[in-house]
Design a protein around this ligand. Structure first.
Ligand code: NAD
Ligand code: DAU
Length: 350
């Protein structure tokens, strides 16, 4: 039985959060894991079916922008640690409607810092872990990598809101000696990802033989990381990282978007018993994303050397596992893409 602790996870019904909740609930029987989530379009309790009846798991519906709620919630619950993932996470939505990103990602983060600081003042052994993104570093050219020391240069409302929250979290460390740790991670993929993000969107469209919208010339590069590897890195940093430090997390797995989409087409053709080359015909180059960052790539030497983490799932295996998972979970996919999301998608792309 692990040590007794009460850990708050925000955004635990989302993509990465649900993998993290499952990992921690199963691994640490002595921990009480409290999942606080607003259940926006991206939050889905179906992601947590496997652990919903575990005695050490509790779900609380709540909004981190609601200060009276947070104050009451913190008055009723004492936490040993907080792992903060709740955010608006989709770059395209931040371009069409930035304000929700400012509210949740910046104001919501400061609200949490304030209630935690009030609860933890004069106490030791606490930790606030802010989960962030490599997009705060801006964009790379053909070569080079993001290091923890790379200057911030965010270029979308989403990345600017995450950069702002990172700065505020660090400011609480320097100003109030508040115990924080931050990680900046590259693009995640795997089961339970909302199908507005590149990989599940393409899988779902291939499934329905719909156009595959590739932005611009498709030669934009992302460093893809299996979501389970990210959850393990968060577990490690939360337990072994040093206060005040930042850790970059990446997959060492760069793909140009067009190459990735072609790979998915071929994988899906094989899984669906369609003739090879069938799905590639669906690829459609569409208008580029404004301010589109050319390339992201992480240097993850620090977390490897200091904490011994490196990704376990390799590129092709991960893409095959992901494609298979979505094909085996069409009910989940159809639920989450019904209603409001369909209207948003049609307005964006069709
Ligand atoms: P997601 O959009 O799948 O999930 C976000 C969750 O936050 C949802 O469950 C949503 O309901 C909840 N939420 C949103 N606003 C809230 C509010 N005001 N109060 C309470 N809950 C709220 O996001 P994700 O992809 O799982 O990302 C999780 C975190 O990791 C984010 O902070 C994101 O910036 C960061 N991140 C994501 C990636 C990636 O590739 N997806 C990479 C690096 C970092
Ligand atoms: O790098 C980490 C970030 O990765 C996270 O912080 C974000 O929360 C997450 O959404 C992700 O951001 P991206 O913008 O990189 O992910 P997205 O899946 O939206 O797009 C990946 C690439 O694919 C990007 O270059 C844009 C392109 N794209 C995306 C979509 C949805 C397309 O060409 N067509 C599409 O339809």
């Amino acid at each position: 039985m692990s040590e007794q602790k009460t850990i708050l996870i925000t955004g635990g019904a989302g993509f990465i959060g649900s993998h993290l909740v499952q990992l921690l609930v199963k691994k640490y029987a002595g921990y009480k894991i409290v999942n606080l989530d607003k259940l926006t379009y991206a939050g889905n309790l179906e992601n947590l079916k496997e652990v919903e009846n575990y005695p050490n798991y509790q779900f609380v519906k709540g909004d981190i922008t609601d200060v009276p709620f947070l104050e009451k919630f913190f008055a009723q619950n004492e936490f040993d640690g907080i792992i903060h993932l709740a955010a608006e996470s989709h770059v395209d939505r931040s371009i069409t409607d930035p304000m929700g990103f400012i509210q949740t990602n910046i104001v919501g983060t400061v609200n949490l810092l304030n209630v935690a600081r009030k609860q933890w003042t004069g106490k030791s052994g606490k930790r606030f872990y802010h989960v962030s993104t490599d997009e705060v570093y801006g964009t790379l050219g053909e070569t080079g990598y993001f290091l923890e020391s790379t200057a911030y240069d965010p270029r979308s409302p989403y990345s600017a809101s995450k950069a702002s929250s990172d700065h505020l979290v660090r400011a609480y460390y320097h100003t109030y000696d508040f115990p924080i740790v931050i990680s900046n991670c590259s693009n995640n993929y795997g089961p339970y990802q909302f199908p507005e993000k590149l990989i599940p969107l393409m899988i779902n469209n291939i499934r329905h033989e719909q156009p595959l919208p590739v932005y611009g010339d498709g030669k934009y590069t992302r460093d893809w990381l299996w979501v389970g590897d990210h959850a393990e890195a968060i577990d490690l940093i939360f337990h072994k990282g040093k206060n005040g430090e930042t850790y970059n997390i990446g997959g060492n797995n760069e793909w140009k978007n067009i190459d990735l989409v072609e790979q998915l087409c071929d994988l899906m053709d094989a899984l669906l018993d369609r003739p090879k080359g069938n799905s590639r015909k669906l690829i459609t180059f569409v208008k580029d994303r404004p301010g589109h960052d050319k390339r992201y790539a992480i240097d993850a030497t620090k977390i490897k050397d200091e904490l011994g983490w490196s990704p376990k799932i390799q590129a092709l295996e991960g893409l095959r596992l992901t494609s298979q998972w979505y094909l085996e979970n069409t009910e989940w996919l159809d639920h989450i893409t019904s209603g409001a999301y369909q209207a948003y998608y049609q307005q964006q792309y069709l």
